[in-house]
Design a protein around this ligand. Sequence first.
Ligand code: NAD
Length: 284
Amino acid sequence: RLKGLGKKGRDAPPVEHVHIIGAGVMGGDIAAWCALKGLTVTLQDQDRSRIAVAQGRANALFKQKKKIPREARAAADRLIPDLNGKGLRRADVVIEAITENAEIKRGLYAQIEPLMKPGAILATNTSSISIEELRNGLQSPQRLVGIHFFNPVAKMPLVEVVETPETDPDVLIATHAFVGQIDKLPLPVRSTPGFLVNAVLAPYMLEAMRCVDEGIRPETIDAAMVAFGMPMGPIELIDTVGLDIARDAGQHLTGQASTPVCLETHLARQELGRKTGRGFYQWK
Ligand code: NAD
């Protein structure tokens, strides 16, 4: 599976313009990353305030990564707010990063597909919905591909490229080339639950919480796994991902309906992790 990593699509023409729909946690940060890497990015959201928040995060990233102020400003200029989706018609790649709901995503595709450039790639950042389910109703279903970034986008080098036997080989070649162009590592994966990374991570995180239920302190588990060589312990990872998302993904991917008691306790107190300032650990 790893054999073709990064090699596919060496000769595909470079992407110049990416249009991103959904300026939330992921879409906003994918937009920032693409602008940092020199692409023109139009960022669309139905909620203007989400675009503004994403621009704020993007500017912080540009300042951190570009030491010359002129270059940081140039990156900021490449990231264009686009409330009405005008950029859709010009983009080489369209990345959908809206709410995780198949019906809402399909409804969006029906609106945008007729407006896209012929040959443009339609990509979804979905974590858990199959490509087969999403492409129903598309005029060119073979051009839908998954480009699954991980959170936080600027720190995670791997990107899963989700394919099905029906995906157009040219689309796959161009997608791998695009991911390489923005300095990420494309990993080809099948459209199966959790793809590859989350399928492995879900039981790992669940077992870590079962250890907490058995009385082992989160600090002890995390310290052990960091000493083992992981960049971050599993409990800190759960706090980073969000406890609500960890519960949904855990149930979906492990088939275990029962949630660890420690997770239930935090969820009942609305302690969802870093985003609320408290989860297994205190963040604020
Ligand atoms: P989010 O809720 O932070 O952002 C979603 C955004 O989409 C919101 O700003 C919302 O206003 C906008 N939106 C919804 N419907 C829209 C429409 N029809 N047109 C325009 N904008 C619309 O969600 P998120 O966490 O960024 O997740 C987005 C996608 O990325 C999901 O498919 C999710 O599974 C996937 N994903 C999330 C993570 C993560 O860690 N959060 C990681 C990898 C992949």
